[in-house]
Structures are given as structure tokens and as C-alpha cells.
Design a protein around this ligand. Structure first.
Ligand code: AMP
Ligand code: ZN
Length: 480
């Protein structure tokens, strides 16, 4: 086996993975803010974290993965003057925050399942940790924070090397942040936001700094430290978090660890910080407000299986930007279908040992690819090489495919090809009607009644269904 090396955003280099606790891997992933549906760009962050987790398991580490759910504290912009996203949405919808949170958390979990993302050991819900957040803030307040009318602020000049994670020129990053009057440094951030006098928030708690709510950065420091123990191994998120959210978490972690006698060099809470690049639309960065809202359900409504999107993610390295297009998604679906067709031949084969002379180089190529900072595009080709290998003991082949698919998560053995064909929501005709016309057409062709066969094909075409005779992939129809 090759040594697992991962790109650490903190040191900006590839590093061999060295667990803090022998044989274990503890990973924290910043989860969604549940004020709206996640878009597929957000889901790329969780496909990446899932592949990381699966790779650590495959490498033999006992994985403890935590993903949080942010149901309080995330403001509408990076300025501390913004509104809480959850409060804002609840007000717009005239619903309680708890209902909003429940609805969108469930929608997010449905996407997690559809993308075959493994359940983490724990989903940590921010509002369950408010007392711990207050304790954390209390322990660092004297040395690292100051109070203003609007809240308790973290003074970034009290920790060494603030912002070393951020890539964007820090000055530029800071100037973007609207300054709250009285802040000592532009980059200082609220760790407790007081409810303004005379106002009542749906979510507020008593604290030594008055009634209010925790800051977003505080919650991730507290949940990751509480559940995984400082220092833990790997912290993940999208590259936007590398600029503000994670530098602020690191500053808090440094303050907490120093104050509480956790004497660790360059203490950042986690040893390795990993960031996935963005999924972008041709028009630029994806946003929930631009054009069609690209959420997983939209892909499904258009007839694309959700795992085609997983395939699309795997086809790119997680540190590369990935451009979304419907053609690209179609190509990923076709590729997945080819793999499933090859796997079908092994459907009744019992897995033997994942060892075979002919498959050894492919296994090695796969292991090397995943070990080199999760190079999934190359790993996919190794899997395809195994699927198409000739004159190989099927039980060994099955075992190797199972092993590789355990890392990539494409469900090659628990899905049938037919499952990939989803009738688009807009199609006027039901699946059983299509099947019925196709069966009649097959009979007409068997009877050499080509006029009838053509008429049936035209009937389907008129209803938006294109019949695909002789398609090597075995698709019998698609939406025209
Ligand atoms: P949020 O709910 O906004 O905190 O985002 C959830 C996760 O999605 C975070 O890890 C973000 O960094 C990540 N993210 C946001 N937009 C994209 C995108 N277009 N592509 C990939 N990841 C993204
Ligand atoms: Zn976070």
C-alpha cells in the first residue's frame, strides 16, 4: 500500500497522513446552514468529505466523522452587522426557526442519502451546544475578547499569525468586512451577538454578555473540540471557508488550547485543513439566487440519477474547479451506466479474495491514485480497467470491484441499470405507457410489420420520447 498523502491548506503542501491517535482518524466537516435547500455545489463539499472518510476507512483507520448542522449564528454576510440567515428566512416565511431548520435539514439528509454519502458518526446540531459555547467563550474572554454594545468580539491580534490559512490577500479580505463601530481590528469577529435592546429574537440564550446568540465560528470550534478532542486529525470545508470561517475557528482554537494548557505547537485545533474547490456554472460562481436553482431534485426531475452527479464530482480532482453542464452530467450518467453493465456480469458471483496476478497492477494504480491526495479521476479508470479485464477469475474480480467501489461509492452491486433511468418529471407519458408501446413495437418488428413499428415510434416521438434502437448501452428510450 502507498502512504496516504493529503494536501494541507495550512502548510500549503502535501503531507503524509499521521494520525493523532494510533489507528484512528477523526474528521470534522462544516455542515450546511439549514435556511434553504443545499445546491449541488454545496453537495460537492460532502461528496468530497465522504470520499476522504471512505479512503481513511479503506486505509484501515477507525474513522470518527462529525458533520454539523448550523441552525443558528450564520449571518447573511461576513460582516457582523448582517442578519442571522435562519431568523431572516423564518421571518420571510412567517414560520418558526425550528420548522425551517427541520425542513431543510431533512432535505439535506435526503440529498446525502441519494448521493450515497455515508452517515457520519454524529450529526452535531449547533443549538444543542449553546451551553458549551458559552463555557468556551468564558474561558477565552479575559485574554482574547472585548465587549461592545453589540456583542463579545474576538481580538485577532491576541493570537499568533492570524489568518495564515487564508489565501486571498488578507488586506483585501478584511476590507470587505463591514466594520462594526468600536472593533479594534477590521478582522475581529463576534463570538456572541447580543440581542439589541427592545428586540426579541426567536433564538436567544442568556449569557454573561446578555441575551443573545453565538457566532457561527464559535459553534464549529466548540463542536469539533468537544466531539473529537483537540487536536484532531482533519477539518474540511469548501474553499470559501479557507478565507474567513476557518481562520476564525483556528484563532479561537489557538486561544482555547493556550488558555486551557493544551500545549501544542502551532495549535490550530486540527492538524490538517482540507478544502474542496467550487462547482461553478458557466456564468461564474454558483449561487442560490442565480437562474435555475441547481439542487439535486432538479437533476432528478430532469431525468438524471443522483449518482450521475456523484460520478461527475469524482471525475474531477477535489482541488480543481468543476464546471457544471447538463452535457457533462449526461456523459457522467453514461459512464456510470457502462460500469453498471459491466458489474451486472458479476451479479451472481461470490466475492473471493481481492487478489489476482492480472488485477494486481490495477489495484496498485487505484491505491496509488487515492493515496495521492484522493485522485479520484485516476482511480475511476483503474476501476474501469478491472471491470473490463478479460480472463480473470470472476470471484477475484468481484472482490476487487467491491473494494474499489467501497471507496468511490457508486453502488455498483446494489443497483440495476434500470434504476438509472428516471422518467423526467416533465414527460407527458408514464413509464408503464412507454414500456407498453415499446412492447407492441417489439412485437410488430418480430412480425416484420415495419409500418406498424414506425407508427409506434412516431407515436412516442410525438410525446417527447426518442426510441434508441441498437444503442450499445441498452437504453431503449430517452427524452427527445
Ligand atoms: P453553507 O451552507 O453555505 O455553509 O455551505 C455548505 C458547504 O458548501 C461549505 O463547505 C461551503 O464551503 C461549500 N460550498 C458552497 N458553495 C460551493 C460550491 N459552489 N461548490 C463547492 N462547495 C461549495
Ligand atoms: Zn464550520
Amino acid at each position: 500500500m502507498h502512504t496516504l498523502t493529503l494536501f494541507n491548506s495550512l502548510t500549503r503542501q502535501l503531507e503524509p497522513f499521521q494520525p493523532v491517535h494510533d489507528g484512528e482518524a477523526r474528521v470534522y466537516t462544516c455542515g450546511p446552514t439549514v435556511y434553504n435547500y443545499p445546491h449541488i455545489g454545496n453537495m460537492r463539499a460532502y461528496v468530497f468529505a465522504d470520499v476522504l472518510g471512505r479512503t481513511l476507512s479503506y486505509k484501515g483507520y477507525k474513522l470518527t466523522h462529525v458533520i454539523n448542522i448550523t441552525d443558528v449564528g450564520h449571518l447573511t454576510d461576513d460582516a457582523d452587522a448582517g442578519e442571522d440567515k435562519m431568523e431572516k428566512m423564518a421571518a420571510e416565511r412567517a414560520q418558526s426557526i425550528w420548522d425551517i431548520a427541520r425542513h431543510y435539514t431533512e432535505a439535506y439528509w435526503a440529498d446525502i442519502k441519494a448521493l450515497n454519502i455515508r452517515e457520519p458518526a454524529k450529526w452535531s446540531i449547533a443549538t444543542d451546544y449553546v451551553p458549551q459555547m458559552i463555557d468556551f467563550a468564558k474561558s477565552i474572554a479575559d485574554k482574547h475578547c472585548y465587549e461592545l454594545d453589540s456583542g463579545l468580539y474576538f481580538d485577532v491580534s491576541t493570537v499568533a499569525d492570524y489568518g495564515r490559512l487564508a489565501r486571498a490577500v488578507t488586506e483585501e479580505g478584511e476590507s470587505r468586512i463591514e466594520t462594526v463601530e468600536g472593533k479594534r481590528n477590521a478582522a475581529d469577529f463576534a463570538i456572541w451577538r447580543k440581542t439589541p435592546p427592545g428586540e426579541k429574537r426567536q433564538m436567544e440564550w442568556d449569557s454573561p454578555w446578555g441575551k443573545g446568540a453565538p457566532g457561527w465560528h464559535l459553534e464549529c470550534s466548540v463542536m469539533s473540540g468537544d466531539l473529537l478532542g483537540f487536536p484532531f486529525d482533519i477539518h474540511t470545508g469548501g474553499i470559501d471557508h479557507r478565507e474567513i470561517h476557518h481562520p476564525n475557528e483556528i484563532a479561537q482554537n489557538q486561544a482555547f488550547c493556550c488558555t486551557n494548557g493544551l500545549d501544542l505547537p502551532a495549535n490550530s485545533g486540527a492538524r490538517v485543513w482540507m478544502h474542496n474547490n467550487f462547482l461553478v456554472e458557466r456564468s461564474g460562481k454558483m449561487s442560490k439566487s442565480s437562474g435555475e436553482f441547481l439542487r439535486l431534485q432538479l437533476l432528478i426531475d430532469k431525468g438524471y440519477h443522483p449518482l450521475a452527479y456523484r460520478m461527475m464530482c469524482l471525475q474531477a480532482h477535489y482541488r480543481s474547479e468543476l464546471e457544471f453542464s447538463w452535457e457533462g452530467l449526461g456523459a457522467a450518467l453514461t459512464r456510470l451506466k457502462r460500469m453498471l453493465m459491466a458489474a451486472e456480469r458479476l451479479a451472481d458471483v461470490e466475492a473471493g479474495e481481492a487478489r489476482h496476478q492480472k488485477l494486481a497492477p490495477m489495484l496498485d494504480a487505484f491505491d496509488k491514485a487515492m493515496s495521492e491526495d484522493l485522485n479520484t479521476p485516476v482511480a475511476l479508470t483503474a476501476l474501469e480497467d478491472v471491470l473490463s479485464a478479460k480472463k480473470v477469475d470472476p470471484s477475484a474480480k468481484r472482490a476487487v470491484v467491491e473494494l474499489m467501489d467501497g471507496v468511490l461509492g457508486l453502488r455498483l452491486f446494489d443497483m440495476a441499470r434500470a434504476d438509472l433511468r428516471i422518467r423526467p418529471k416533465a414527460a407527458e407519458i408514464s413509464e408503464s405507457e412507454i414500456e407498453d408501446v415499446l412492447a407492441r413495437r417489439k412485437q410488430a418488428r418480430a412480425d416484420k410489420d415495419f409500418a406498424a413499428s414506425d407508427a409506434l415510434r412516431d407515436e412516442l416521438a410525438a410525446r417527447g420520447i426518442e426510441v434508441m434502437d441498437g444503442d450499445p448501452l441498452g437504453w431503449e428510450w430517452k427524452l427527445g
